[in-house]
Design a protein around this ligand. Sequence first.
Ligand code: NAD
Length: 487
Amino acid sequence: MTTATQDYGLWIGGEYVEAAETRELIEPATGEAFARAAIAGSDDVDRAVASARATLDGEWGKTPPTERSRLLHALADAIQANRKELAELEVRNVGKALSSVKAEVAQAIENFRYFASAIASIAGRSNPLGGSLHFYSLKEPVGVAAQIVPWNYPLMMATWKLSPALAAGCTVVLKPDPATPLTALRLAELAAEVGFPEGVVNVVPADGPTTGAYLVGHPGVDKVAFTGSTKTGAEIMRLSAEPLKRVTLELGGKSPNVVFADANLDDAIPSAVWSIFYSAGQSCEARSRVLVDQSQYEDFVAQFSEKAKALRVGDPLDPETQMGSLISTAHRDRVHGYVDKGRGEGAEVVTGGEPADGKGAFYPPTVLAGVESGMTVAQEEIFGPVVTVIPFEDEKDAVRIANDSKYGLYATVWTGDPARGHRLARQIKAGTVGINMPYTAFPGIPFGGYKQSGFGRELGIEALELYLETKSVITSTGARPYNPFGL
Ligand code: NAD
């Protein structure tokens, strides 16, 4: 790996190009500079959108689904072949543990494979309407897609966005977070290597409120797909209104993990620990609110905290590490601010709660007990390794607290009673509910939010539909065409 000295350009029109600005990237786990990356301005966005538009209007726009399927499989193969390099790049750029990132790279591969297969089964339909009206529909790419992704899963989020868009035949201008552009750039390079025509994938790392906003409002963009915070999502929706664009938003969460007294705690506790602390809690669907039957509350908090405290936190490149650093010391300070706020509101810090010494952005797994649902720490997305544990009285109360959130991205239920699990699945307002199942995102299974967690779905066939327009074609099969005025 040579990333220690590498400079990265923007990726436009199938090649690296320079930008007016470059910026040093800091390795979050060491606090040291490790690469320089170009940062796009509005002129660069103009170039990227023009490249995407020209490619869409050229041969790419006529590519049959079978050819796109072949290219997507080839890209999956290329990611597989370069998985070690991609994983190391991601770990150094984001600070997360290699053990997590390896799973993300594996999913990145499967995303392309899933949509490579899915596009083969997307077709229009024909309806026997009777009489002399014959109808069929065509599925056509929506056009140029602006895709904006956050810093927490730069590679995986890029693949969530790119795989359905490319399967559908769109062209893309992808804007990663300016702090974490490296794996998206490498992905674009690999796409070119396996034969995607120039201009299909363009990558323009840039600041959000300036260049990102310019991209969203760009008249050459047909669709905006955004993953990030709910606050920015609202702004994206406003910016997408003139001229009008199709919009999908994958936003924040404050997801509950509901543990009933009839659950097997030997399964529920390690899984609940994992589902908040993997990726150091910097996950949209981190189960950051653990709701526990009050009869077991104290025992649960003691066992949960013991396991959280024992997690191996440290060098993210060490394969044994379970939790790496946060994205930056600035973000760590924000996370710590929430913990202090929780203390002020009366929560008890059972373990963690103080930043680690040293230059890396480390923060220990932190458990807040004695939390009530109305507290700030139980309502706002902390986006760090901090969990709130809240007692409930009975099933009705558990559902009430689970839904006592503006978000609705995800929920997990632990119970020994299958019927109860399915009852809760219907009553909790969230895009996905896991029953005795902590894992969250699978290629092929729709993922997305209720309420302020956004709209639109990723990963499933539903995501593909969001990159396709449906065109209805109608014709008369009668001996003579219709002549309603009898002229
Ligand atoms: P953010 O909203 O600050 O930024 C996300 C992206 O939007 C970045 O690329 C940023 O540069 C860009 N951006 C910011 N302002 C913009 C603007 N005005 N116009 C255009 N682009 C703009 O979010 P973040 O803090 O970087 O990411 C964390 C958030 O993302 C959390 O809320 C998390 O829950 C959410 N997230 C959601 C999902 C999901 O699938 N639902 C997945 C991962 C992360």
